[in-house]
Ligand binder design. Structure first.
Ligand SMILES: O=C(O)c1ccccc1NCC(=O)[C@H](O)[C@H](O)COP(=O)(O)O
Length: 289
C-alpha cells in the first residue's frame, strides 16, 4: 500500500472489508476472460461522434445523496442506449451496494466492455467474477507490476488508477496501458477536476513521447498505446469538454448519470447529455471545480 496520508474513515472501512472479502474468495479458481477491448470501443465511439463515456452502475456510495435500487441490468441497458462506450459495475457490497451477480448479469445483457469496479488488493481478490476490465488502485496495492501481470494472465484489461504524478510513474513502470486519473482524493473524498489537468501532461513527459498522436487531442495529448481516462466529478457537458481538452481519451462518470438524489431521472438522458457533449449548441450547464 502506497498511502502515507490519512484516509477517510469510509475508505479505511472499505479497505478493511476488501481484505476480508479477499481471504474469503482465496480458494476460487482463477477466472479466464475473453475480454471486449476498451480501446476498440473508444475508437468506435469516436468514429460515430460519441464522447467515450464509461457509465457507472453505482447504487450508492459514501458521497452519494441517496440510493438507487433500480435493476442494474436496466440501468446498464439505458446507459448503453444513451451512448455509453463501456459500463463500470460496482461489486463492492458494503459501501456501494454492488455485487458480483450484478456485474455478471450486466455483462450478459450488454455488448460493450464491462469494468469491475472494486477494491482489489491482491491476486486472491481477482477471481470473484469475470469482467472485461479490472480496476487496480495504485494507492492501495503492493507490487503493482505483479498484479497487472496476474490480471492479464486471466484475460482482464487492467485499468490502473492514479491520483498524482508519482502514482502515474508507478503505473507506467508497471506496464499499465489503460490508466485512470481519479479526480476524487480518497483521503478526503473531495473532487477537483484540476487533478486530471495536472497529471495528464506527465504521461507524455514520462513516456518520452511529447508528440500528439491525434491532432484532435488537446494539451498533453496522450502518446500511442496509452488510454487515459478521467474519473470522478464530471457533472455535465462543460466538464466533459474540459477533460477532453486536457487529454482524456474517455471519461468515467457515476453520480451525474445515476443521480442518486432524485432517483427518478432518466439514466439514458443523463448519459446522452455527456456522450453528445461535442454536439454544436450542447448544454453547457454543469461544471465542477
Ligand atoms: O464515489 C464515492 O463516493 C467514493 C467514495 C470512496 C471511494 C471511492 C469512491 N468512488 C469511486 C469512484 O472512483 C467513482 O465511483 C467513479 O470515479 C465515478 O465518480 P462520480 O462520477 O463522481 O460518481
Amino acid at each position: 500500500m502506497n498511502s502515507e496520508t490519512e484516509l477517510d474513515s469510509a475508505v479505511e472501512s472499505i479497505l478493511s472489508t476488501a481484505r476480508e472479502r479477499s481471504v474469503e474468495s482465496a480458494d476460487g479458481a482463477p477466472v479466464s476472460v475473453d475480454a471486449r477491448s476498451l480501446p476498440d470501443a473508444i475508437e468506435r465511439a469516436n468514429a460515430d461522434g460519441r464522447v467515450p463515456v464509461i457509465a457507472e452502475v453505482k447504487p450508492t456510495s459514501p458521497t452519494a445523496d441517496g440510493t438507487r435500487s433500480d435493476d442494474p441490468v436496466e440501468l446498464a441497458q439505458k446507459m448503453v442506449a444513451g451512448g455509453a462506450t463501456a459500463i463500470s459495475v460496482l461489486t463492492e457490497p458494503t459501501h456501494f451496494g454492488g455485487s458480483a451477480d450484478a456485474l455478471t448479469r450486466v455483462r450478459e445483457a450488454v455488448d460493450v466492455p464491462v469494468l469491475r469496479k472494486d477494491f482489489v488488493l491482491d491476486v486472491e481478490g481477482m477471481d470473484l467474477v469475470e469482467a472485461d476490465l479490472l480496476l487496480l488502485i495504485v494507492r492501495f496495492v503492493d507490487d503493482l507490476e505483479s498484479l497487472v501481470d496476474a490480471a492479464r494472465e486471466r484475460g482482464f484489461q487492467p485499468l490502473v488508477e492514479v491520483h498524482d504524478r508519482a502514482e502515474l510513474e508507478t503505473a507506467l513502470e508497471a506496464g499499465a496501458k489503460i490508466i485512470g486519473v481519479n479526480n476524487r482524493d480518497l483521503a478526503r473524498l473531495d473532487v477537483d477536476l484540476g487533478t486530471f489537468e495536472s497529471v495528464a501532461p506527465a504521461v507524455s513527459e514520462l513516456t518520452g513521447s511529447g508528440t500528439a498522436t491525434d491532432g484532435e487531442a488537446g494539451v498533453g495529448a496522450v502518446p500511442e498505446g496509452i488510454t487515459l481516462i478521467a474519473e470522478s466529478g464530471i457533472s455535465g457537458p462543460a466538464d466533459v469538454t474540459r477533460m477532453r481538452e486536457a487529454g482524456a481519451d474517455a471519461l468515467l462518470v457515476g453520480s451525474a448519470i445515476m443521480d442518486h438524489a432524485e432517483g427518478e431521472t432518466d439514466v439514458s438522458e443523463n448519459t446522452r447529455r455527456l456522450t453528445r457533449a461535442d454536439d454544436v449548441g450542447s448544454d453547457t450547464s454543469g461544471s465542477n471545480t
